[in-house]
Design a protein around this ligand. Sequence first.
Ligand code: SF4
Ligand SMILES: [Zn+2]
Ligand SMILES: [Zn+2]
Length: 307
Amino acid sequence: MKCTICNQKAALHLEHHNLALCSDHFPEWMCKQTERTIQKYSMFRRDEKLLLAVSGGKDSLSLWDILWKLGYHADGIYLDLGIDQGTRYSCTSGEMAQAFAAQRGLNLTVLDIRAKYGESIPEMGARTKRGHQKPCSQCGLVKRYLLNKAALDGGYDAILTAHNLDDEAAFLFSNLTHWSMQYLGRQHPLLPATTGFARKAKPFCLLYERETTAYAYLNNIAYVYSECPYATGSKQLRNKTYLNRLEDEQIGFKYQFYTGYLRALEAGAFPAGQETPEVLEQYRCTNCGQPTLSDGLCTFCRLVKKN
Ligand code: SF4
Ligand SMILES: [Zn+2]
Ligand SMILES: [Zn+2]
């Protein structure tokens, strides 16, 4: 197959766009698509200070590379979750993120959760009843809280995450099958800042995982290949497998599924969720001052204070 633009050998066939691109034109296309998504949803500007959640994986490192090439000012933050027993997963991911930042002269903050809060994510999970099998709910809570705190404390205009279209389609599938109206009301690529919460944006939300993987490969980006060991057998991975089957049968299925949902969301089909300014003005955590939905400590402070 030949590149649609220059007729050289194509590196990737993007069937849903009816496009084949060579190893020169595909990375250019990725930059253009990312810029288009940033503009389409008015995510952020070049004069703003951005904080990117970096995991050391292909998505976050590819996004950081593209933002850097496009002239956006994004610092990185790596949360060391302490998931290392038998795998060195966190250790290796951190090394990848640090090497990437050093090669390009980019700023990366490393936040070691065990050093700061006395326990790794698996240790927090093992201590709480719900986390006796997998620490994913504690991990999600800790990541959301600390990214938001780092953005607010550091005076950043927005937090960016590198969730891709496969991630978003799998979240959407799960949210729809459970009719989780709270989440269905806020799975937008851009969540504006609200009381106590920084703006959040997902510039890769319309790009397939195979595209971000190909970008990392063609740009010689060294990233951690392995998934977190706790991801094995997770609902999210199973949903991805089902959606891959649908995508195999119907080219562009995930894109249609997610963008159709976005049109419905923008038309007001789902309620905005609980975190409205009026609700968030009601209570503040007595330890950290973060808005909460009830009196006393916020869920993060309850978790790390070992109640
Ligand atoms: S699978 Fe994801 S959420 Fe679960 S522990 Fe690993 S990184 Fe955290
Ligand atoms: Zn070409
Ligand atoms: Zn708190």
